[in-house]
Design a binder for this molecule. Structure first.
Ligand code: PEP
Ligand code: MG
Length: 291
């Protein structure tokens, strides 16, 4: 019950035999950081940045974005905050992006694909994040990656942004750069991708959709969508192994991270971090401690 869970605040995420795991929170707006702290999350494992772009008529400025990231980083203090770059497109439509109607939006022009095609949008966001990184412990992750070439291009743009900021006199910190593993392609080439980045975070919502060819929005398909499907679990396991071979940490930030029927499976696979909604942090801590 709730009261028993409350007792777990301040306790470690550790199994009976001493295996530790980080339990972080997913947030979707600045004010959610408070809830993450109240839930005793170890950090923010997924800060979805779409809130900055949705429900308005024009692009958010660098300054607006900077202030939002800074507010969360300051709030979280020493705790890590993984900021995910723009994941617009597919179900998340925004008028001022002037996106075309698409036959298959989930397979379409979205997320990192937009950012690499329209670098001015991407650069503004990266500038804001790097400027804010002086105020806490930021990490950056990129959604919907399918190839090594994309990651190399991302890193080139990041370097360019860091140089520009440094020339302008901003202090530029080294920030961990990671990618979401949320396409079967990314999981299958995670051995190669692991050489390019500092961490992986597995997005099981999209990874499941693309692996099982099941639209995550279609409620009629809920029974077809076996979230414990061995194909998805194999891809997760492969990703963790390949990440660890290159010495990088691997987390899970999709809904599956909060599924306590799988907590022991994830620990056995060696998953380093689970990022869940603030309301699930203590529930997952309990599951870990009961193992
Ligand atoms: C995911 O795909 O699992 C994920 C965490 O990203 P989003 O749900 O925002 O697509
Ligand atoms: Mg996703």
């Amino acid at each position: 019950d709730l009261e028993a869970l409350e007792q777990l605040k301040g306790k470690d995420n550790v199994t009976g035999d001493g295996r530790r795991i980080d339990i972080f929170a997913n947030i979707g707006k600045v004010e959610d950081a408070q809830g993450a702290l109240e839930a005793d999350a170890g950090g923010i494992g997924l800060f979805r940045s779409e809130f900055l772009y949705l429900g308005r008529g024009n692009f958010p400025t660098e300054e607006e974005q900077f202030l939002s990231y800074k507010a969360v980083l300051e709030k979280m203090g020493e705790k890590k905050v993984v900021i995910r770059t723009l994941d617009i497109g597919a179900d998340k439509k925004v008028d001022y992006f002037n996106l075309d109607e698409e036959e298959n939006p989930a397979l379409g022009y979205r997320a990192i694909r937009i950012c690499l095609d329209r670098p001015e949008i991407f650069i503004t966001q990266l500038r804001a994040i790097f400027r804010a990184s002086a105020y806490g412990r930021a990490a950056i992750m990129f959604p919907m990656v399918v190839s090594t070439a994309e990651v190399r291009r991302i890193k080139e743009i990041v370097e360019q942004v860091k140089e520009e900021l440094s020339t302008e006199g901003y202090p530029v910190k080294d920030v961990e750069l990671g990618i979401m593993i949320e396409t079967p392609a990314a999981a299958l080439i995670s051995d190669e991708l692991a050489k390019e980045v500092d961490f992986f975070s597995i997005g099981t919502n999209d990874l499941t959709q693309y692996t099982l060819a099941v639209d995550r929005q279609n409620q009629k398909l809920e029974s077809t969508c076996d979230t414990h499907h061995p194909a998805v679990l194999k891809l997760i396991e492969m990703t963790v192994k390949n990440g660890h071979k290159e010495g990088i940490w691997v987390g899970i930030c999709g809904e599956l991270a909060a599924d306590t029927d799988l907590t022991e499976t994830f620990l056995n696979m060696g998953v380093d971090e689970l990022s869940v909604s603030a309301s699930s942090v203590l529930k997952v801590r309990k599951a870990v401690r009961d193992i």
